[in-house]
Design a protein around this ligand. Sequence first.
Ligand SMILES: [Zn+2]
Length: 255
Amino acid sequence: MTRADTTVSAWPATFGVARFHQAPFDPDLPGTAESRWGGMLSAAPDWCPEAGPLLVVSPHPDDEILGAGGLIRTWSMLGYPVTLVSVTDGEAAYPDWRGLTDVRRRELVEALSVLCDAPVTTVRLGLPDGGTRDHAGTLFSALSRLLSNEPTLIAPYEWDGHPDHDVTGAVCLELARLHRLPIARYPIWTWHHGDPDAFAGQHVGRFGLDPATQHAKAAAIQAFASQLRPPARQPIVPAHVLPYFTRSFETFLHD
Ligand SMILES: [Zn+2]
């Protein structure tokens, strides 16, 4: 799709923050059984992005792999440009863990190297983890500068229930609208605390993963040791949520 002629350089002040819900959730809770998603997901049609560049936007290191790792690998293998924007470094996952910023950055580099044969261009914004809402304008401006190749935006679901996810998703939706770019959003925490009615009225599509891609994605997820196996702490990504992210397809809400 072509870009709008209008140059937009600032986060619209009219796009208020009141729309962002912040439903609390606890990853330690069992969450929605994977089997409950089966009916809705089996009825979803296949989907894939338009042939061309992708701009994948991730609130925290691991979200891009969990939600869209298979798409990233597939698109990279096909030779399309893939740019990953890492919005925060996820340092607030364990506030008492000194040096976690560097740990999570390294985990992302490792995950991408496991996932893809070719390097994935990564732009790290370093916004404060948990504080994306207060930096929505910075995010909006940074992403605005990465749209010159008219990518499809791959963004977190704007009602995912984590403020960084929701704000990032909303900013991406607004950019897609303003620049008339295609966009697809990937849920993360909705799988855990939502139910199949959460996507009522949305265009839900399945992006199929071949066995090699499923294997590479599963291996890449294991690179996030700080989230799966933190020393003397509760995991942010416990084993019981992994079935949502190791399906034979990824799920996107598309326009
Ligand atoms: Zn996240």
